[in-house]
Write a protein that binds this ligand. Sequence first.
Ligand code: HEC
Ligand code: HEC
Length: 205
Amino acid sequence: MGEKLFHDPQLSSDGTVVCASCHIVALGGDDGLVKSLGVAGAEGDVNSPLVLNVSLNARQLWNGRARDLREQLQGPIHNPIEMNSNWDLVAERLRSNQDYVKAFADAFNAGITQKNIEDALLSYERTLVTPNSDFDAFIQGDELAFTEPELKGFESFNDLGCVSCHQGANLGGNLYQRLGLFHDYFADKEQIYESDYGLYLVTGD
Ligand code: HEC
Ligand code: HEC
């Protein structure tokens, strides 16, 4: 059900946008665009991140302003330049569809409610994990899992210190870091957007 909802245009006000418009699961969960397009072609201000392995992130969104996936989910549903909708409207639409009515009644006591719609979507998002990569096999002791170039890359990854920030189950996404460790991040940019202020927008610090 979560997978179906993730691909259901009824979640957006004008029925043109699905979660997967900007998070194409077969492409790793982003859309390959610099800026994603929401309802009526509205352009967002940041790039859409992958949704693969997203449940392993310590916080959600580029600047970490959502504590977890449930808090994050409120964003795209309500955001006027994403789906521009609300839970009452989504629930009302789903209740007029007998397949959903039956599926929700089978899965949940209270049937179609905001919480249950969220739970279905969150359950789906938690399945979007990639646990059996060559990388996983290698660090679990299978020395033949890497080709020669991959092995060299892994050595560089460690030697250059990438691993100091990209570690843990998700190879990153578990700590805040200052952008521009090696250069002045702002000096290198032709144009500065509000979103470049990152965590500052959340904490004011
Ligand atoms: C119009 C494009 C668009 C749509 C539609 C959309 N998203 Fe997103 N999504 C984004 C963008 C852009 C971000 C990053 C926003 C930010 O960090 O400020 C994002 C961030 C996320 C994240 C956080 C990922 C991370 O690594 O921090 C998750 C999870 C997510 N979206 C799930 C969903 C779900 C579920 C839906 C449907 C209910 C949805 N998105 C609909 C564009 C979209
Ligand atoms: C000081 C901490 C730090 C170091 C060291 C570091 N990174 Fe990162 N890396 C980050 C952060 C933070 C992001 C997210 C950037 C953002 O929010 O725009 C990131 C993003 C990435 C991404 C994009 C991931 C995605 O989901 O889009 C890749 C790929 C990456 N780093 C590779 C590397 C490699 C390769 C090295 C070593 C040469 C490296 N990083 C060193 C902190 C670091």
